[in-house]
Design a protein around this ligand. Sequence first.
Ligand code: NAD
Length: 391
Amino acid sequence: MNSKVSVAILGASGWMGKTHTMAYQSFPHFFGTSEGVASVDMLVTDDLSDQETLAQNAPGARIVADWKQAVEDPSIDLVDICLPDHLHYPVAKAALLAGKHVFCEKPLADTAAEARELADIAAQKGVVTRVGHAFPRNPVHHMAKEMIQAGEIGEIKLFKACQHIDMYGDPLVPYMWRANGDLAPTGIIGDTGSHVFSFMEFLVGPVKRLIADNFVVTPKRPVVDGLGFGEVPKLTGGEDWADITNPDGSNVMCQFANGARGLVDFSRVATGRKFMQSYEVYGTKGSLVYTYDEVNRLRFYSNEDAVGRRGFREIDVGPENETYKAFLPLPNFALGYNESKIIEAYEVIKSVATKTPMWPTFETGHHICQIVDACMTSSNEERWVDIPQSN
Ligand SMILES: NC(=O)c1ccc[n+]([C@@H]2O[C@H](COP(=O)([O-])OP(=O)(O)OC[C@H]3O[C@@H](n4cnc5c(N)ncnc54)[C@H](O)[C@@H]3O)[C@@H](O)[C@H]2O)c1
């Protein structure tokens, strides 16, 4: 394959659509072009009022309204899906069947069965796949993984994590597609839980069984168009009120295949928590602690330190890490969310150009959808749920 990868971005006017467009254009500044470049040739949006901005963001790209045009166009190599959740499965399936490489935002699908089908079609077609779990691509998490693999914290016994936002902390914040069980069937479980689960997969390994308590805090919200995340409208009294038909949050207890125990919680209703993400990994020889508030820093405790001198030490990932160094020559200048998406775009294009899959592929997406499925079943049926182990 030519090292220039022709990309179609579906859902181009949305948050992720714009972020992915930026990321494809930005990564050569940091990683060069020798492992492939992206040519953003098609933008798909159902919001054609945004055409002028889109044309500026990706000069020369065709702007179309129907995602099928991307799937059917023989010149497109990579279909990049930034659409609302319920469209991931049908669009990814059509793209895979057409022989396209597919990069799909999380959650990969609404059910594990759909995700399995996508991973199987991708394997049959021999195409490259990727799911948009970009948080673990921050180099600080590679440092954590390297330390775990090198045995620095011993055998992992306990994993704790959370991710909370306050998008729906105020009961008057309007209804949006994320709260609609038809458009986002798993709600916060697939939306935010899947990010926590991606850290579990990356750092600890597969989950064997779990029990979850999913909850809805505010059962109805006003319908008011045009507001952003967490914005509270001035209500006129004439609004329609829509039912919230998917979970606002969940508390989950789990057991990993390697015997470790997990305790995680996540929600969109944690008033005051603009973005709270953290994990703690406790092993037999030491522990690692991370919080997004210090986005490039790990806290490491080691039993090998002298008694009387033990305590958590702070380690900032810096330019000794090649990925960090691609952006910044000095430590503690902070790589953040958009850099993670730039790293992701670089890896996606490299994967397609060299036909080398990189984590997280649709196989990983399937594992994560299995955890999401298990949370839904467990909470609905109020019981522990076993997760079938696969490759
Ligand atoms: N990886 C991450 O950190 C991350 C962050 C945010 C969102 N996401 C995921 O990305 C996806 C998109 O989320 P978002 O925040 O960008 O949402 P968004 O609402 O900002 O954007 C979605 C876009 O899709 C467009 N759209 C909807 N139906 C369409 C159709 N049939 N054809 C063409 N365009 C259509 C909408 O007009 C909108 O512009 C979701 O699945 C979400 O879970 C991932």
